[in-house]
Design a protein around this ligand. Structure first.
Ligand SMILES: [Zn+2]
Length: 316
């Protein structure tokens, strides 16, 4: 008889243990919390500027996930090599948001394997500038292929607004259940961008100097929008250093034309720009094409606000 209460106590302890465990397990992996995190629309973006567009349009919309294929610090995709994890990521995507205009040269390879993947081409309907290399070929009678166009469409705020509009309309079509929310977010973002564009015009339109020298072909759309003249692009291949001849040519051109400002980009090495600045007497500034940055929906707006301050100083 003495053993019964002991067994009973053991049994009670065991029962309590089981109940506590069940409670903890239900808290961490039970149905209710998991359902809140469930994703039912997955957007994969090709690179940073598209990621920032998607963050804004999907802001505070539940069960929509945005992931950025190239990561936040890759920059332009000119030499991007598609990886296995990218293909895996795209296999379960409900939409693949690309810049278009030739930036994603790997797109054919993706569509060959996933012909059903819905692709949103943000640059659709935007009139594209030729790359300078293509200009040379044009006179030799070549037809234009997509890689002959300048892909840096988003660096003009007007183009970027059109991209936001295209992405908004496409998401409304692909995910009609949330159409109203996408529309609302898209409109809010476009309003902010348009206000900044107006402010930039007010500040920049009357500045006396319009000539700039840049590295890498990121700024023609931006220059067109604000009526700036790109006197020279020093280095068209962003990942290589300019040759000695390219450096010498740029320095001579700056001296001859009296260009006062050289603009490097935060994404690329400054050393060549420093040499040119030191040798030519032009001041070196950083201009940001918003191709990399923070994981922040306001990153594009902030980059353009910084560019405005820099241009005001450089061109006065
Ligand atoms: Zn680029």
């Amino acid at each position: 008889m003495k053993q019964t209460p002991l067994l009973f106590r053991k049994f009670r302890q065991l029962l309590a243990c089981v109940l506590v465990s069940a409670f903890i397990l239900s808290g961490f992996s039970g149905c209710a919390p998991r359902q809140e995190k469930e994703v039912d629309f997955r957007i994969v973006t090709s690179f940073y500027p598209m990621y920032i567009i998607a963050l804004n349009i999907t802001d505070r919309i539940e069960k929509v996930e945005v992931s950025n294929m190239a990561g936040q610090q890759t920059g332009c995709l000119h030499d991007y090599q598609l990886q296995n994890k990218d293909m895996k990521n795209l296999e379960t995507a409900d939409a693949f948001l690309i810049n278009g205009a030739g930036m994603e040269s790997f797109l054919d390879k993706v569509l060959e394997q996933m012909p059903q993947l819905p692709v949103i081409n943000a640059s659709e309907g935007i009139s594209l500038l030729c790359s300078d290399e293509a200009h040379k070929h044009e006179h030799e009678g070549h037809e234009h292929a997509e890689e002959d166009y300048n892909a840096h469409v988003w660096v003009s705020i007007s183009n970027y607004i059109q991209q936001v509009e295209t992405v908004t309309a496409s998401l409304m079509e692909l995910d009609p259940e949330r159409a109203e929310q996408y529309r609302k977010n898209g409109d809010i973002y476009i309003e902010k961008l348009a206000a900044l564009r107006d402010e930039m015009h007010q500040e920049l339109d009357d500045l006396p100097n319009r000539d700039i020298v840049t590295f890498h072909e990121a700024f023609p759309y931006f220059a067109e929008e604000f009526n700036l003249h790109i006197a020279a692009v020093v280095n068209r291949e962003p990942d290589s250093q300019p040759s000695a001849k390219e450096l010498a040519d740029a320095i001579r051109l700056i001296r001859e034309t009296g260009v006062k400002a050289v603009f490097a980009e935060p994404q690329y090495s400054e050393s060549a720009a420093q040499v040119i600045s030191a040798e030519s007497g032009a001041t070196l500034y950083l201009l940001d094409p918003a191709a990399t940055g923070e994981d922040d929906p306001d990153a594009y707006l902030n980059a353009m606000k910084n560019n405005l301050e820099i241009l005001k100083e450089a061109l006065s």
